[in-house]
Design a protein around this ligand. Structure first.
Ligand code: AMP
Length: 504
């Protein structure tokens, strides 16, 4: 019994238990979820979906949209969620690459998508933001007793495309075993039980909201309060009866600015998890001071699920992503030679474990290039492991700055600047420079316009950083560009300031 859905059913003794609560008060029990997934699976099969086929979904967050993930598992097919922000031009690539046999989209976009679907012979059904649409209407008339298609643990459960900020977006192939092992590991590590109530405010097309939040909730028999999107008013209100929040760092930054975030508002909460982008140490400290809770930061990626986590008991260290999860091996290697590095030495983070994906969809060369011969996946993240065993991330490999032949890790400079009074946050990038190759450049957001100036920042860095690490210029901005998961888009900054040092 390796199909993730069968394993979920086997783990769920009480079908009457609450699985999802909507903001309007409607409740979906585990039994409801399984029945609806059965009815939907019948529709998928009737529309030609065979085991191993891809079912693509570009739909707003709703319970039926989430049930589509379970229905796809039941049909033995491969779930392919797509960011709701993708344009038709972008979808053309994903649909052409994945060749789904069915695409589920919002009714408002079905005309454009129908043309793309026709190119690959896919059928099109719809789910709207209210959870209505042709797929849901058809499912209502279907019998619920669908026999879940047997799958091996190594068969694909999902393909999630990476964000593709460098080159083509790649489809990460995740197996039933990958998803199952990570969910059960996280449940133990974070002590999830059926009494937990998760505030679910993340999108469900990304690994964080779809797998971490949903699978951890369902496999522990807990429940979640389903928010269509991040809403600080609602979240501060819901915390009185919830136990856990999973968020990206921007959630925490914005909640800290909310008057409703008080010790008494969080007194029922037991766990705040952050990931998908670096959490500023200042945010971590402010959160502890204000709420009495240390945010638990973890590290993962689409390709690997979660790799490391700060401990449940013990020090949750600001700026660190914690220890390798049980069963996951993490090592640091020289990016060029592959030689293993020691304590506190910065290099490429490599990981191996049952959580790590099977490879990139239809890209065997790319897959081979990103795995070492002993099975470790080369994450593309640079980091180190300290003497206590905590993993620290210093940035993506592609964000490394090489200036005058020296390597500069942006995080080191960002940490110095972020610690200055008057600085809210910063992003350090390399910009083409005719003498140095790349010039270290700091893009800084101040707490207010007069809080600090370039001269003060430069002056403060003089004695703190070697000359080659000091920024050649400081640029002040109101906000850093971020994607939907809260990641700073350094590629956008690099493009924007590419002519700063006027390279011919
Ligand atoms: P994604 O595939 O969209 O989940 O992005 C994965 C990438 O996000 C990782 O390779 C890291 O670069 C980054 N990331 C995830 N969690 C963290 C974290 N806690 N701290 C810093 N970066 C993170």
């Amino acid at each position: 019994m390796s199909n993730l859905f069968d394993r979920l059913v086997a783990k769920t003794p009480d079908l009457t238990a609450k699985a999802i609560e909507n903001l309007d008060g409607t409740i979906t029990t585990y039994g409801d979820l399984f029945v609806l997934a059965g009815r939907m699976a019948q529709v998928l099969v009737a529309h030609g979906v065979k085991p191993g086929d891809r079912v693509a979904a570009q739909v707003e967050k709703s319970v039926p949209a989430l049930v589509l993930y379970l229905a796809t598992l039941r049909a033995g097919a491969v779930y392919l969620p797509l960011n709701t922000a993708y344009t038709l031009a972008e979808l053309d690539y994903f649909i052409g690459d994945a060749e789904p046999s069915l695409i589920v989209c919002d009714p408002s976009s079905d005309k454009g998508i129908a043309e793309l679907a026709a190119k690959v012979g896919a059928k099109v059904l719809t789910i709207d933001p209210k959870g209505q649409g042709t797929l849901v209407a058809l499912a209502q008339n279907e019998p619920a007793d669908f026999k879940t298609v047997a799958r091996a643990g190594d068969d694909l459960a999902a393909i999630l495309y990476t964000s593709g900020t460098t080159g083509r977006s790649k489809g990460a192939m995740l197996t039933h075993d990958n998803l199952h092992s990570n969910a059960t590991t996280l449940i133990d590590y974070w002590r999830f039980t059926k009494s937990d109530i998760l505030i679910h405010a993340l999108p469900i097309y990304h690994t964080h909201g779809l797998f971490v939040a949903t699978n951890v909730t369902f496999f522990s028999g807990a429940s979640m309060i389903f928010l269509p999107k991040f809403d600080p008013d609602k979240i501060t209100e819901l915390m009185a009866r919830a136990t856990c929040l999973m968020g990206v760092p921007t959630f925490y930054v914005r909640l800290l600015q909310h008057a409703g975030l008080t010790q008494s508002a969080v007194k029922n909460m037991r766990l705040f998890v952050s990931g998908s982008a670096p959490l500023l140490s200042d945010t971590h400290r402010e959160w502890s001071a204000k709420t009495g809770h240390a945010i638990l930061e973890r590290y993962g990626m689409t390709e690997t699920n979660m790799n490391t986590s700060n401990p449940y008991d013990g020090d949750r260290v600001p700026g660190a992503v914690g220890f390798p999860l049980p069963g996951v091996s993490v090592r640091i290697a020289d990016p060029d030679t592959g030689a293993f590095l020691g304590t506190d030495e910065i290099g490429m983070i490599e990981v191996k474990g049952p959580n790590v994906f099977k490879g990139y969809w239809r890209m065997p060369e790319k897959t081979e290039a990103e795995f070492r011969s002993d099975g470790f996946f080369i994450t593309g993240d640079l980091g180190k492991i300290d003497a206590r065993g905590y993993v620290h991330i210093v940035g993506r490999g592609k964000d490394l700055i090489i200036t005058g032949g020296f390597n500069v890790y942006p995080k080191e400079i960002e940490s110095e600047i972020d610690a200055m009074p008057g600085v809210f946050e910063s992003a350090v990038i390399g910009v083409p420079h005719k003498d140095f190759g790349e010039g270290v450049t700091a893009v800084v957001v101040r707490t207010n316009k007069d809080a600090i100036d370039e001269k003060t920042i430069m002056g403060a860095l003089q004695d703190r950083l070697a000359k080659f690490k000091q920024p050649k210029k400081i640029i002040f901005v109101d906000d850093l560009p971020r994607n939907t998961m809260g990641k700073v888009q350094k590629n956008v900054l690099r493009d924007q300031y590419s002519a700063l040092y006027s390279v011919q």
